[in-house]
Write a protein that binds this ligand. Structure first.
Ligand code: ADP
Ligand code: ZN
Ligand code: ZN
Length: 722
């Protein structure tokens, strides 16, 4: 018999693949996971190709195991990973590893394999005929398996039930199958009659069609989620699966329960990094083996195998969370679009503030634009945004009199109010009034944030912590003052100003404990909190029907950033926060305190016209040849000495001299020092994708083969931050 070989992708930092011999009779398919020796290690990898020969037959080593825990990855997932490896100039093995649940990256079979999914006997009568008439328990199990059963049910039959099951599977009497249907008694939650805009959107997206990106641009509360639900319903009626991506599933439990209420008969699974290992694998298998009709997940879900995929939805498509910021830096939104193209299915991107990339695609006719211009609940109006100029006002602990008055009125009339602060902690920095000393991190070029309740100074970049010093470390002055306002300080201020209010602070610190956020949101909904202080965590996707007033304490920071995306982000953030107000029958009011009321940015915000703002931004970007009018990548470097990082970047720049890519001069990063590493980067830009891709491929190969000494590097394609 001829020998067989497998080309395997491994999660190692090398842009190449590896060959192994397949010993014995092992049945192996492309896309399957295999366990192989690599140097002195044992690794899990994915088979990319099978062949009769290998380039180095004499030296190739044997595959050690082919675990049956994971079905082979289908072609579209492999193709998506190949595309990402190429586009983001990242090793394919590492991309594949990122695409798989952790348990399938381990070089050993997943022990919980048989607990996932369900089992059924296609011909129970024939199975029964093989059993002794006296084997009552076995017969009971065989009869039970006439319907698909989960492992919990099977185990309950007898202590030996799993052993019998394994025998029957081996003999072919029983197969793994779709999950048993869910509780069919529950009636689906009523769905509202769609308004004309929603109906048009649903008709467009739900009609049978091939690949087509749709951009659903609808103000907050305009009923975008309702459009997703209806489109999914149509897709499910055709027996196809829907993949729904959300920015942060922990922040959107409401969405999940809304889906479950609407589709009680559906097997809906979530996929996100907050799941326990076993749970994540089970959900992944439910998706991959076609049991789950709807998969709701964060960015990593874009790689889940879905044999009957019919629709991809990307909610809040502009959200920065779709971008992985470390390691394999990819955009799940862009990957979702590519996935839909591979599968020839429609993809629905929804947002009240679409990214300029998507907006341009819609303007250019590559995406089709769907608009929802009014709030869906009849009578509900978008909130009125007002500026509160603070240049000449006396502020009480950061609050203008206008804002304090509005808070008082809102609370007096029984409404809820939300104060939005964009930093957590007590104050962004502790400072000495005598000598100008400021608390700063010894590992980063960043300030230490004062967390007063814990009496700690904390670096939000590297996690470094220290005690609050009793006196100024430089001059000994005892009068150290917090500067600026974080959520904790605002909370403390409001506590003294409104002692009777039920105050709730919602930020990353107050919701660290598992389940804490859910409990807080429940209290908000139950009306047990009337004054909320929160970061952008509160701005995303949550529906607060009682919210009558939103206060933005200080938004100006984003106006003078060196980052060309800062205004786009600020606009999105403020519209999202503002969108929380007046969702039901109350007209909401939004007050934005600013030192720069005449800045053109605020004129656009007051007009509440994102389309006009986006068109204006695109004009600027075009004039300056910035993305999306140019293709950008960043080569990042970190070293113990800045000179080393800069020298490396200069050498690399020289390598690209004469190519069609423009390479800017190396510059220190905005956060020039992080966790003891000096950081710098160069921007690579080109008028088109192709020349940039060519340069990136060359660089990735070159740097992997000749790694620089003492320098950590990374390529960041379509960089979002600088
Ligand atoms: P978005 O996702 O655009 O923020 P949602 O889909 O959450 O908007 O809808 C906002 C609110 O309006 C929800 O409470 C939803 O139940 C309700 N809603 C949506 N569509 C309709 C409709 N056609 N008629 C009445 N209420 C609707
Ligand atoms: Zn001092
Ligand atoms: Zn630090």
């Amino acid at each position: 018999m001829s020998e067989r070989f497998a080309t395997v992708a491994l999660d190692v930092p090398l842009p190449r693949v590896f060959d192994y011999r397949l010993p014995g009779m092992q049945q192996v398919a492309v896309g399957q996971r295999v366990i192989v020796p690599f140097g002195r290690q044992v690794l899990s990898g994915v088979v990319l190709a099978l062949g009769e020969t290998a380039p180095d037959v004499a030296t190739v080593r044997d595959v050690l195991d082919v675990p049956a825990d994971m079905p082979a990855l289908p072609d579209d997932v492999l193709d998506l990973c190949r595309f990402c490896a190429d586009y983001y100039a990242y090793p394919l093995g590492a991309v594949l590893a990122a695409a798989l649940p952790g348990a399938f990256r381990q070089p050993k079979p997943w022990p919980g394999h048989e607990d996932a999914g369900a089992y059924v006997a296609p011909d129970p009568a024939a199975l029964l005929a093989t059993l002794s008439p006296r084997a009552a328990r076995q017969r009971a199990l065989a009869e039970l398996l006439a319907q698909p059963r989960r492992v919990e049910t099977i185990r309950a039959v007898a202590g030996d039930a799993m052993r019998w099951l394994r025998d029957w599977i081996a003999a072919g009497w029983v197969v793994r199958t779709a999950a048993p249907t869910l509780d069919a008694e529950v009636a689906p939650a009523a769905s509202p009659a769609l308004n004309a805009g929603q109906q048009a959107a649903v008709d467009a997206v739900a009609a049978p069609q091939g690949f087509q990106p749709w951009l659903l641009y609808g103000i907050t509360g305009s009923g975008k989620t309702e459009v997703y639900l209806r489109a999914i319903e149509a897709v499910r009626r055709r027996g196809r699966q829907a993949l729904v991506l959300v920015p942060e599933i922990n922040l959107t439990p409401q969405l999940e329960s809304r889906f479950r209420a609407r589709f009680p008969q559906e097997h809906i699974v979530s996929l996100h990094s907050g799941l326990a290992d076993g749970e994540r694998v089970r959900h992944w298998l439910d998706a991959a083996e076609g049991r789950a009709g709807i998969v709701l997940g964060t960015r990593l879900a874009v790689f889940a195998p879905l044999p009957r995929l019919g629709l991809v939805v990307v909610d809040e498509e502009h959200d920065a969370s779709y971008r992985q910021a470390e390691g394999f830096r990819y955009s799940a939104r862009d990957a979702a679009i590519y996935r839909a193209r591979l599968r020839d299915v429609p993809v629905l991107l929804g947002s009240a503030t679409p990214s300029l990339e998507s907006w341009k695609n819609a303007r250019d006719g590559r995406y089709r634009l769907l608009r929802l211009t009014e709030r869906a609940v009849s009578g509900a109006r978008p909130p009125a945004v007002e500026l509160v100029p603070t240049q000449r006002q006396r502020l009480t602990d950061g609050f203008s009199d206008t804002v304090l008055g509005a808070l008082r009125d809102t609370l007096a009339s029984g409404g809820q109010a939300l104060v939005f602060v964009n930093r957590r902690g007590y104050a962004p920095v502790l400072s000495c009034q005598e000598c100008g000393w400021m608390s700063s991190c010894r590992h980063c070029s960043a300030r230490l944030v004062l967390h007063l309740t814990e009496r700690r100074l904390r670096c939000h970049h590297c996690g470094h912590e220290e005690r609050v010093p009793p006196a100024c470390p430089d001059c000994g002055n005892h009068d150290l003052k917090p500067v600026g306002h974080g959520t904790q300080r605002v909370e403390a201020v409001l506590e003294t100003l409104f002692p009777d209010a039920n105050l709730l602070r919602i930020d990353r610190d107050s919701t660290r404990r598992k389940g804490a956020l859910g409990e807080m949101l429940r209290r908000v909904h139950a009306g047990e909190a009337d004054l909320l202080v929160g970061t952008q965590m509160l701005a995303k996707g949550h529906d607060f029907p009682g919210l009558a007033l939103v206060v933005v304490l200080n938004a100006d920071g984003g106006l003078f950033s060196a980052d060309f995306r800062a205004e786009e982000r600020l606009f999105a953030q403020l519209l999202q926060v503002a969108g929380r107000a007046g969702r039901a029958d109350r007209a909401g009011r939004v007050l934005v305190q600013t030192h720069y009321p005449d800045h053109p940015f605020y004129a656009a915000l007051l007009a509440g016209d994102y389309a006009a703002f986006a068109d204006g931004q695109l004009q600027e970007r075009r004039a300056l040849a910035l993305p999306p009018y140019a293709a950008w990548a960043v080569l990042r470097a970190e070293a113990r000495q800045l000179q080393l990082a800069l020298a490396f970047l200069r050498e690399t720049k020289a390598l690209l001299a004469g190519s069609a890519v423009h390479v800017a001069d190396p510059v220190p990063a905005a956060l020039a020092r992080k966790a003891g590493w000096e950081r710098a980067h160069v921007v690579l830009s080109a008028s088109g994708r192709a020349p940039l891709q060519a340069a990136l491929r060359f660089l990735a190969q070159h740097l992997a083969e000749a790694p620089p000494r003492g320098v950590r590097w990374a390529l960041d394609v379509d960089p979002q931050e600088f």
